[in-house]
Ligand binder design. Sequence first.
Ligand code: UDP
Length: 238
Amino acid sequence: MENIKYHRILLKLSGEALAGPQQFGIDPHRALHIAERVREVRELGVDVAIVIGAGNLWRGREGLELGMDRATADYMGMLATVMNALALMDSLESLGVVTRVQSAVEMRSVAEPYIRRRAIRHLEKGRVVIFGGGTGNPYFSTDTAAALRAMEIGADVLIKATKVDGVYDSDPKKNPNAVKFDHLTYIDTLNRQLKVMDSTAISLCMENQLPILVLDLFDESALRGALVGQSVGTLVTA
Ligand code: UDP
């Protein structure tokens, strides 16, 4: 039996994690790839909750740039996260992982409404809970939703899955000399404006002492490795 470092995780996936080669839309192959990583973690006995974004479909600020009302554009973004949540649900269920989707924006025919104690009960029963609809409020992001839900369900860590293997002092795709951090403090992250998550999300984690782990989801061993205590990605703590 392996030593498990975190027993309950909140996994934050950007919408683009589901996007196909055109960087847009939902690619079922990508969704399946993610689902496989989640299944591995479930097999370790770790409780898994997921918050998914919608950058692959719609972001509020795109609407703003087109002259739309910000709140309306944000609600469109929240609805888009529910589409992603259903795609992920479908992939997980196809692998035999039992899931429940809860939405912060009520739409009872496709998802349960978000009910904290019910979400916790699902986790206790070994179901993967996917939270759609962000926080349910415009002017927020799904990063903030992830921090909020992580706190509410008593997660041991918020895992932010990205396309890079941690946080760097500059963009590693543009600067070959970029240096990766193994560990950062919340304050450093905020002061240096490092692109971990938005500042509202980081502040919420800081106030509640919730560790953030940034890792590469497309490194097939990263997520599982982090949970069995390997040094993976960048850890942000006090
Ligand atoms: N959104 C919102 N409130 C929330 C979460 C999300 O209004 O609590 C909207 C916002 O417009 C955002 C969009 O939903 O741009 C998609 O979420 P996000 O940009 O966080 O997705 P990601 O970048 O993680 O794919």
